[in-house]
Design a binder for this molecule. Sequence first.
Ligand SMILES: CC(=O)N[C@H](C=O)[C@@H](O)[C@H](O)[C@H](O)CO
Ligand SMILES: CC(=O)C(=O)O
Length: 307
Amino acid sequence: MLSTKGSVSREVTRLRSRKINLSVIGQYVDYLVDKQGVKNVFVNGTTGEGLALSSQERKQLAEEWVNQGKKKLEHVIIHVGALSLPESKELARHAAEIGASGISAIAPFFFKPTNKGALVAFLREVASEAPHIPFYYYHIPPLTGVKICIEDLLDGIKKQIPTFQGVKYSDTDLLDFAQCMDKYNKEQFLLLYGVDEQLLSALAVGATGAVGSTYNYLGQANNMMFQAYANQDFALARKYQFCIGEFLSFVFKLGFGVAQTKAIMTSLSGIPMGPPRLPLMSASEEFITKAKAKLDSLPFLTTYPAK
Ligand SMILES: CC(=O)N[C@H](C=O)[C@@H](O)[C@H](O)[C@H](O)CO
Ligand SMILES: CC(=O)C(=O)O
């Protein structure tokens, strides 16, 4: 007991006054593009701990990603969701001013919208601050607790939010997801799936892309899965998904979240992602060793034929 308390308080001291480190973003962009084949980024979302940052920090990060991404990245989408509407609007305005390719927002999750009308009213206010760039709703009910059905949300949404372009869909409800694909085919919304362990199932019902934490370090494997799926080589596509599943199911049992993602990413890319911000706690050395050993046992995921 005592030793646990001791190590928790040492960790708290270590995490107390940590600052964002803008200096690694250039390297991060190059790693994503050159090593992972990832050319689109979603900044200040879950993995980037956007909701744990001050507005000023969020703006600095957004600017750095847009600047470092010039001529290298295709899309830099800035997450501007916040609990306070004025804050979210200010971040939306800022993202548009600095030349972001799009913005996205989660539902506010302390005072929650309890119906579609309330959610759309909030999102419309945010989106209208960036009237010339696409807006994506970030649906992540496991974290926000806001479970408004996306099939319902999309009905008539373009009339309310003219810049509405799609959804980052981080939920396992593949029925709702498939209904969105089926019912709104004509609108050509971009439905970006966000539960990495079941991306292949989402592709099967028509997902147009994916946004997720694991693409930071398993981007190439997922690109191969996309390719195999496009080539109708379903056995190969499943092989990728099963391997990704084997890794994730292993780390879930150890306890997996944003802090652990940062640690894995640091260990694979060599770029120091830093610790998370309180109240999140750093991944343990034991976690890092076990996760690394598991990945090493799955070379299919991390070694690719030379280009
Ligand atoms: C809750 C959460 O963080 N979801 C992420 C994206 O939204 C995913 O990318 C997961 O990290 C990933 O699917 C592993 O569960
Ligand atoms: C994981 C993810 O997609 C995000 O950082 O929001």
